[in-house]
Design a protein around this ligand. Structure first.
Ligand SMILES: CSC[C@H]1O[C@H](OP(=O)(O)O)[C@H](O)[C@@H]1O
Length: 361
């Protein structure tokens, strides 16, 4: 049987000129397909802050390229001033969103290249930074493929998979993490059915997950977030697959707001709850979920965004945390590119990643 390779929208890459970052503007999907080429610091920052590019791995890939294209514009010819400019750009881009640790990890990785070349000329440093940014992108493709393989091993043909938010190719490089097994299953002719939480308030599930799955010909049904309990009770769900933005050392996981509620429901109904993500999303310096910074966003996203008229009076106060933390006790396994980690997570991380069990904080 000819295996049909799923084509993925190119969500982030270097522009053809090599001097800008080209993205598919996810804030305009699913109704408009708009590509942007960004090279100015303020535009690169805004693209992350406004979720034109979003999803922990995709943010990391974008940030690596962004620091590189900004370095290319530097007029500095001396190492010291050049490095200081790179550090300022790193700090500025890192301040765009606080929760997804991939942002910090990948900015630091590209900056570390510049910091490791004190005796090199600026053009050589710029070239090395570009190689690091491209490596981050290629590594993510490999990681998502491996995560998808491990994730697919946890389900069987005909299973119903509940998803929350978007952790597909748009949020990563290819395949995705939480959605990766669904794309891999499609390529292999294995039927799975996705039940997609719309994921208020920014509707990544409705706008992006349903879009990606529909485009790929993958069976999916869109539901409101408040329907998750009913579809679980009705026996439609055999497993929950979600992505992650930051995993603490004990397995507590920050992901899109509403994820912890899905995990509590899954526990109640005896349904396995899987977190899927690359090792670059694990923050080994973070001891537990209480130490994960949670982004607070503007209340307008609740009251008027996506509505033809406001759904609440302008004076109504709002609370809009963009993420919540799922306690490690609610997680069946954390699926990474290096293997499936089962509780106790600190021990399995040590085994899978070959790290000391107790890390210096
Ligand atoms: C593949 S990780 C995607 C992860 O990021 C999303 O957050 P946002 O849309 O705000 O970037 C969400 O938490 C997804 O699970």
């Amino acid at each position: 049987m000819e295996l049909k390779r799923i084509t993925h929208a190119e969500n982030v890459r270097l522009s053809d000129s090599g001097r800008a970052v080209r993205i598919l503007d996810q804030s305009r999907l699913p109704n408009e397909t708009v590509y942007l080429e960004l090279s100015q610091a303020e535009d690169l920052y805004e693209a992350i802050a406004s979720l034109r590019v979003r999803g922990a791995p995709a943010i990391g890939i974008f940030a690596g390229y962004a620091l590189y294209v900004l370095a290319l514009q530097s007029q500095e010819t001396q190492y010291g001033p050049f490095l200081e400019a790179c550090r300022r750009n790193r700090d500025y881009l890192n301040s765009s969103r606080p929760t997804a640790v991939n942002l910090r990890h990948m900015l630091d990785r590209v900056l570390a290249v510049a910091e490791s070349m004190p005796c090199a000329d600026v053009p050589s440093i710029q070239a090395a930074m570009g190689q690091a940014a491209r490596a981050i992108h290629q590594e993510d493709i490999a990681m998502c493929t491996a995560i998808s393989e491990y994730g697919l091993s946890l389900v069987k043909a005909g299973d119903g998979i509940l998803t929350h938010c978007n952790a597909g190719p748009l949020a990563t490089s290819r395949y995705g993490t939480g959605l990766g097994p669904l794309f891999l299953a499609k390529e292999r002719g294995i039927p799975l059915h996705a039940w997609c939480d719309e994921t208020r308030p920014l509707l990544q599930g409705a706008r992006l997950t349903a879009y990606e799955l529909q485009q790929a010909g993958i069976d999916c049904t869109l539901i409101c977030d408040n329907m998750a309990s009913l579809v679980m009770k009705e026996g439609k769900i055999n497993a929950c697959f979600v992505g992650c933005d930051r995993v603490a050392r004990n397995g507590d996981t920050a992901n899109k707001i509403g994820t912890s509620g899905v995990a509590i429901l899954a526990k109640h109904y005896g349904i396995p709850f899987y977190v899927l993500g690359p090792s670059s999303t694990i923050d080994f310096t973070c001891p537990d979920g209480d130490h994960i910074p949670i982004e607070l966003r503007d209340g307008g996203e609740l009251k008027e965004k996506f509505f033809s008229a406001p759904v609440a009076l302008p004076q109504v106060k709002c609370y809009n945390p963009a993420f919540d933390v799922t306690d490690h006790s609610l997680i069946t396994a954390i699926v990474t590119e290096k293997g499936i980690c089962y509780p106790p997570f600190e021990q399995s991380f040590a085994q899978v990643f070959g790290r000391p069990e107790k890390e210096a904080t």
